[in-house]
Design a protein around this ligand. Structure first.
Ligand code: ADP
Length: 638
């Protein structure tokens, strides 16, 4: 059966060069790649979610999708609507109820019939009106003739004619009320409907009845004509997609639950003070499959009954952020570019080396060895920017050069901010980057999601009057205190120094701009404190990142690739990272020759690399530098 997992590519696949970036594809550009027709076959990765969607489409079950933005949730929901049978589609009409104007009647007819019925009603009304006005003119003629010839009073005749005219006009209004309101029209639908109700307010989700400013006196619009369908009704026999499901207000979630249970939901005015609130239609069908989506905390904040409803009658899937980097997968990424080019319709196709550059970027963005990112909305953004640049150049193809330019241009706000920041600091020569300075260490932090910055840390140790204090400012205060308490435990083991009796001042130079995640700066703080305590200089051409345990182990941190690149950009020659992060390093070629990466697993190695000269025999630094993890174990046993 066709699960679409085979890549539909006309081009040759060369088995021998499968290891290449193109996974063995023998093509000159994405123009040679055939894009599958069905949306479900265009989905890259997400095997599990795809299988669930196909199964759920057959069984008409609801699905909950949890995962990062831009990984294909709404794409899969739309794909599901293509898989549902089109034959079942229905049109929905709302009729005036002569018995109770505030409870309009609802009728469901097969797809395409709705239009015909409305047309037939209009035709009938037109005929009736023609008949009426014919009658009216006859009567007016008779009245005029009578008053002129028999009574000889033309004024009276005109007055009578006017009254007759108005009476007919007013009377014919009633016949418009007989034309039904076609609220769901599926006549032109090629597939089952797909309704995206993300962020919809109650009226847009559940339907509404418009307010009528003239509620009586012959000027009013009949209530059935003011009825408007909600997404739940338009999604009848199709898919209702709601992202960020937790942001839906509780009342709407409750109504949604009722709609799911009953398969029909009457429409009423949503605003209490509107005249529409007096109107309540008969039940309107809303037999949809719901795909609710969100990130992990969306699930926690979701109405528990709604969640258990989906759990009990459907599936829950987790979307992958990355996928294993295999030749087959890389061929699919080439197809992804072809898809995005086709979807946009104006971008020039991508050459083979441009495809390779996008695949490299997918590797880099995965932030995980041997994987490719599945945050494809963002990668698609890069494809579009590169294509736009190529188009502006009047180029026939989008080339590698265009991608490189696009990467500069499609930097996130954080990246732009970070680059600006580095530039400004260079201007003010805030970056020392030369020689040795006691108590000052170049830390590294991540801003936003994808940009690193160098964040210098300064420490000063002074005698305390009372019990010692850790004095740090700003949002990184807690982290600094924790780092100091970890390092003080280590120091206590190796010397008579008790830094809890001292005041330790820690300053994060220029960390004020916010958005800085300092969790990974604890080896930086520790190094700065030890350096200040012993008065030994720290190498200023070195930067470091790593988290510190009480035992002195250096633990892995996030964002190493961006941090290393930031260190290189600022002019550092060497960078210390946790050994456990070595596999996450995917820096761009241009930085590889600029900076030496030093993996470490213990604070002793950090000090060995960072501090100036040979330590004095038996000093704290000497002892700390020579210990290893196992030595620490022995120490702590004794
Ligand atoms: P989500 O709903 O998870 O936020 P979308 O489904 O809206 O993400 O994805 C946005 C766009 O990104 C899609 O229209 C498609 O072009 C691309 N995209 C995202 N995920 C995938 C995927 N798994 N396969 C192919 N294209 C994808």
């Amino acid at each position: 059966d066709d699960l679409g997992s085979d890549v539909q590519i006309d081009a040759e696949i060369d088995e021998e060069s499968e290891d290449g970036l193109l996974g063995g594809l023998q093509i000159d550009s994405t123009a040679e790649i055939k894009v599958p027709d069905r949306l479900v076959d265009q989905v890259i990765g997400q095997e599990h979610a795809r299988d669930v969607v196909m199964k759920a489409a057959k069984q008409r079950r609801h699905v909950m999708m949890i995962g990062s933005p831009g990984t294909g949730k709404s794409m899969l929901a739309k794909a599901m609507s293509e898989l549902l049978p089109k034959e079942e589609l229905q049109d929905v009409l709302v009729y005036h109820n002569p018995d109770d104007g505030n409870e309009p009647k609802v009728r469901t007819v097969p797809s395409g019939k709705g239009d015909q019925i409305v047309e037939a009603h209009k035709e009938e009304a037109r005929k009736r009106n023609q008949m009426r006005s014919f009658l009216m003119w006859i009567i007016i003629a008779i009245v005029l003739g009578y008053s002129l010839i028999i009574a000889g009073n033309i004024l009276l005749g005109i007055l009578a004619a006017g009254i007759i005219y108005l009476a007919f006009r007013y009377g014919s209004r009633g016949s418009d009320a007989m034309i039904p309101n076609l609220i769901v029209n599926t006549a032109d639908q090629q597939t089952a409907p797909f309704e995206d109700a993300t962020g919809a307010h109650a009226g847009a989700l559940l339907g509404d009845v418009r307010h009528d400013p003239f509620q009586s006196g012959g000027m009013e619009t009949p209530s059935h004509d003011r009825v408007e369908p909600g997404a739940i009704h338009k999604a009848n026999k199709g898919v209702l997609f709601i992202d960020e499901i937790n942001t839906l207000d509780v009342r709407s979630q409750q109504h949604l639950m009722t709609a799911i249970q009953e398969g029909e939901f009457g429409i009423t005015g949503q605003s209490e003070r509107s005249s529409g609130a007096m109107v309540q239609t008969e039940p309107v069908p809303c037999d949809f499959v719901m795909i609710a989506a969100g990130n992990l905390d969306a699930m926690e904040n979701m109405h528990p009954a709604l969640r258990s409803r989906i759990k009990g009658y459907g599936y829950e899937v987790y979307m992958d952020d990355t996928i294993e980097d295999t030749p087959e997968m890389r061929r699919k990424y080439a197809r992804f570019i072809a898809q995005e080019v086709e979807k946009d319709g104006r971008l020039p196709h991508f050459t083979d080396d441009a495809i390779e550059e996008v695949i490299l970027e997918a590797r880099r963005r995965a932030g995980r060895k041997g994987h490719l990112t599945l945050e494809l909305r963002n990668l698609g953004g890069l494809v579009r920017v590169a294509g736009d640049i190529a188009r502006a150049d009047d180029a026939e193809y989008t080339t590698r050069e265009h991608i490189l330019q696009a990467k500069g241009r499609s930097r996130s706000i954080e990246q732009q901010l970070a680059d600006d920041y580095i530039q400004r600091r260079k201007d003010y020569e805030l970056q020392v980057a030369e020689g040795y300075v006691p108590g000052r260490v170049n830390g590294l932090a991540v801003m936003g999601e994808d940009s690193g910055i160098v964040l210098p840390v300064m420490a000063e140790v002074t005698p305390s009057q009372g019990p010692g204090e850790v004095i740090a400012t700003g949002q990184l205060k807690e982290m600094a205190q924790e780092a100091v308490s970890n390092v003080s435990a280590i120091i206590k083991k190796f010397s008579d120094e008790d830094i809890t009796q001292k005041d330790i001042h820690i300053q994060f130079v220029q960390a004020g701009e916010g958005g800085v995640d300092g969790d990974s700066a604890s080896i930086t703080v520790a190094t700065a404190v030890i350096s200040a305590l012993e008065g030994v200089g720290v190498d200023q051409s070195l930067a470091m990142t790593g988290s510190l345990s009480v035992r002195g182990d250096v633990l892995p941190v996030g964002g190493v690739t961006h941090k290393i690149e930031a260190a290189a950009k600022t002019g550092c020659d060497r960078v210390i990272i946790p050994e456990a992060n070595l596999q996450d390093v995917m820096i761009e070629d241009e930085y590889e020759d600029m900076i030496e990466i030093i993996p470490v697993s213990h604070i002793s190695e950090v000090l060995d690399v960072a501090l100036e000269g040979e330590p004095e025999k038996d000093s704290l630094v000497d002892r700390l530098k020579t210990i290893t993890g196992s030595a620490l174990d022995k120490q702590s046993v004794s």
